[in-house]
Design a protein around this ligand. Structure first.
Ligand SMILES: NC(=O)c1ccc[n+]([C@@H]2O[C@H](COP(=O)([O-])OP(=O)(O)OC[C@H]3O[C@@H](n4cnc5c(N)ncnc54)[C@H](OP(=O)(O)O)[C@@H]3O)[C@@H](O)[C@H]2O)c1
Length: 261
């Protein structure tokens, strides 16, 4: 399958990197366009993919087109190429752009789906949240899932939940990175070298997440399991509670949702 990226910024490159790493595509079958040609050429060279002059060339050369420009640019960029897109599988990764929004400007009958991936797709550890309403055929959908499940867990939600799912999965890496940074800073404060501190903190987060996923254990039970009565971990847990750790995380997601309104 030939994959085209309309827009080749952070998210498109994370996906391209993941597809190549997982050998879901070869570089010669990946096409991309962007606004700044010199920057695009340099980025295309980095991955060995094919730079295209514009959205029309990208769409023409591809079977599956990933829409990866900023949400406010989507309509302006796709409208001139909507006739070409009629014969393609169109996958949007633009946040806050559900199925119905695309229906307003794409040509009738265009096969499209709206998704929100996150940046760990670049190493095949992402999450790709998809809207359950789409106009892909069964075969398109099978191909789409086969491709995107190479770079992350593919989940489906109703239109109403696409925004919050995008916030949790798309903004979550920033919040998780802040926790990793803070845990590592604490390690450094007590003498652990910086590199080792990041290695430890990242593995704590990755391993705990994997363990929760694999075991299905309630997170509170996982916390209880490492807090012995009168022990040391519960002292740290109590300090986090005093500082409002959990409510700070809930408020962060809530703040993002309010900002969107
Ligand atoms: N980053 C994330 O973690 C994340 C997560 C979930 C969803 N998303 C979604 O992914 C989309 C892209 O976000 P991003 O973070 O990758 O943004 P970005 O790094 O700013 O990339 C945007 C890309 O669009 C290109 N572009 C701008 N105008 C264009 C035009 N007229 N024709 C073709 N390409 C054009 C830009 O080219 P130039 O650089 O040359 O201007 C750039 O390559 C957004 O809709 C966002 O909601 C991002």
């Amino acid at each position: 399958m030939k994959i085209g990226f309309i827009g080749f910024g952070n998210m498109a490159q994370a996906l391209a990197e993941g597809f190549l790493l997982k050998q879901a595509a070869v570089p010669e079958d990946i096409y991309a366009c962007a606004r700044n040609w010199e920057k695009l050429e340099a980025n295309a060279k980095k991955y060995g993919i094919c730079p295209c002059r514009d959205a029309a060339e990208t769409a023409e050369r591809s079977d599956l087109v990933v829409v990866a420009v900023k949400p406010y640019q989507v309509e302006e960029v796709l409208t001139p190429v909507k006739e070409i897109l009629k014969d393609k599988i169109v996958v949007s990764v633009a946040a806050g752009m559900p199925f119905e929004t695309y229906e307003r400007f794409l040509a009738p009958g265009t096969r499209h789906i709206s998704t929100v991936p996150n940046t760990p797709v670049s190493i095949g550890e992402g999450i790709v949240v998809c809207e359950d309403i789409h106009s892909l055929t069964d075969e398109d959908y099978r191909q789409f899932r086969e491709l995107f499940s190479q770079v992350g867990v593919v989940v489906s939600v109703g239109t109403k939940l696409l925004g919050i799912a995008g916030t949790v999965c798309g903004c979550g890496p920033a919040f998780a990175a802040m926790f990793i940074e803070a845990l590592a800073d604490a390690a450094v404060l007590h003498g652990i070298p910086r590199d080792l501190a990041y290695q430890m903190a990242s593995q704590v987060v990755a391993g705990t997440g994997k363990l929760q996923e694999a075991s299905g254990t309630h997170p509170a039970a996982m916390k209880d399991a490492v807090c012995s009565p009168g022990g040391t971990t519960i002292v740290g847990v109590a300090a986090l509670e005093r500082k409002g750790f959990r409510s700070a995380v809930i408020d962060a997601v809530d703040a993002v949702e309010h900002k969107k309104k």
